[in-house]
Design a protein around this ligand. Structure first.
Ligand SMILES: [Zn+2]
Length: 139
């Protein structure tokens, strides 16, 4: 029905439009928006809290379900912090760099860490008789 616009550079290796569709590795990274930056900064702040609370009970880092591989990746605290700082500085996440040979027992999810921190916070602020330990893993 409609005339297809003819690409004069079709098949030409010097096609100036080549690569426009695909933000390859050489593409200039988009800087983070203020909102994204704020998110990362909040994650970094949360991370400090989680590490302070969880590291003493043997948690070595967080496990993150990877949307690319659809596999869980295990990140040590230092690695997480490094990744977030990298994201802040470069505007792009680091490629998967999970912990080496992790023991899944020593990693928890963000949600778990958040719930745990909330629980500790509630306990401290309300002064209930429940001890802050032993979070229940209900899912
Ligand atoms: Zn991955």
């Amino acid at each position: 029905m409609h005339d297809e616009p003819i690409d004069p550079f079709n098949g030409d290796p010097a096609d100036p439009t080549a690569g426009l569709d695909d933000p390859g590795d050489d593409a200039t990274p988009d800087p983070l928006t203020d909102v994204e930056r704020q998110d990362v900064l909040e994650d970094l702040a949360d991370l400090e809290i989680y590490q302070a609370l969880l590291a003493p009970i043997g948690v070595r880092g967080l496990v993150i379900e990877c949307e690319d591989c659809r596999e869980p990746h295990y990140f040590d605290w230092d690695l997480l912090r490094g990744n977030l700082r990298h994201l802040l500085n470069s505007g792009r996440p680091r490629v998967h760099e999970p912990a080496y040979d992790p023991d899944p027992d020593h990693y928890v999810t963000w949600d778990y860490a958040r719930g745990y921190a909330d629980g500790v916070h509630d306990t401290l602020s309300e002064g209930t008789e429940d001890e802050p330990g032993a979070p229940t893993a209900t899912r």
